[in-house]
Write a new protein. Structure first.
Length: 299
């Protein structure tokens, strides 16, 4: 699986933004058919996205491009979800972002439908992955631990607060200092641990103020500190900030190499000392994760 540090939403009804997206260094482009597209533009957006995917497939051919192109379809219970899915799977989307996922049962249903299209159109079975936005409905919070049962189509888990706060009637989801209030801190943490329990990428939600790179840097630093491996983006200017934030520094890599080498040289040791600090097996696990992040195969 290619790395998923930066995942940029691109409105599916904007020819201009679709055309410009190819030059943006996001690891994943998410062509959006949901929230950024008005109801009257849904059909036109689906046509533009399908055309984009077809042209990309013809251009790339059998190559394996570093940039992935995913599509956020409409929710499973939305009238547009079926037409969205049929169009974009056949056209060659690398993955599907599912908004307002109600739980693993939505992933299982979506996976079966994708599999039917893959078989019918002779696509590689299992090649179309799924990334649910797993916290946008109240009932979904109580199913997060069950995503570990979803199988290999599940590429990651991400979370969102806006739809959830609207669903419960919250007046805001942030406090006076701009931090998430307690309910949404809880949701963020549950999504993080659910992703790791499932062995998939943990993707932090977007940072809405795209004119504030310092705030974005701080948000990314907090996310990486806590164990997220990537972040959603809503503006091209956010992509390079996110990419930098989710790559280990040279100092981190050097120390990780030293830790791995030390344990390899002492295979029977449970505890070792490096630079005056005691290390045990969790330090080795963390060092290997840091090296995997740099190589782009952290999931």
């Amino acid at each position: 699986m290619s790395r998923m540090r930066s995942l940029l939403f691109v409105p599916g009804d904007s020819e201009k933004k679709l055309a410009k997206s190819e030059g943006i260094p996001a690891d994943v482009l998410i062509l959006d058919l949901e929230d950024s597209v008005s109801p009257q533009n849904k059909t036109a957006a689906r046509g533009l996205v399908t055309e984009y995917l077809g042209e990309r497939r013809a251009r790339v051919g059998s190559e394996n491009p570093s940039k992935q192109v995913w599509v956020r379809i409409n929710p499973m219970d939305h009238a547009e979800a079926g037409p969205d899915l049929a169009a974009v799977v056949v056209a060659g989307a690398d993955g599907i972002v599912l908004p307002k996922a109600r739980g693993p049962e939505d992933i299982e249903l979506l996976g079966r439908r994708i599999g039917a299209y893959e078989q019918e159109y002779e696509l590689e079975v299992g090649s179309t992955r799924i990334l649910p936005v797993a916290t946008e409905t109240p009932q979904s919070i109580f199913t997060l631990g069950d995503y570990r049962q979803c199988g290999t189509r599940l590429a990651g888990l991400t979370w969102g607060a806006e739809d959830l706060s609207a669903a419960v009637g919250a007046t805001t989801n942030r406090d006076e200092s701009g931090h998430w209030t307690a309910p949404y801190q809880l949701v963020r943490s549950l999504c993080l641990f659910a992703a790791h329990a499932a062995g998939v990428a943990a993707i932090d939600t977007l940072y809405a103020d795209f004119r504030n790179p310092e705030g974005l840097e701080a948000s990314c630093a907090q996310a990486r500190r806590d164990g997220f491996s990537g972040k959603l983006a809503i503006h091209p200017a956010q992509v390079e900030v996110i990419n930098r934030a989710f790559m280990p520094s040279m100092e981190e890599l050097e120390r990780a190499h030293r830790i791995v080498a030390l344990f390899e040289a002492n295979p029977d040791a449970g505890t070792l000392s490096l630079d005056g600090a005691m290390l045990d097996l969790p330090h080795l696990v963390q060092a290997k994760k840091i090296l995997s992040m740099a190589e782009g195969d952290e999931t």
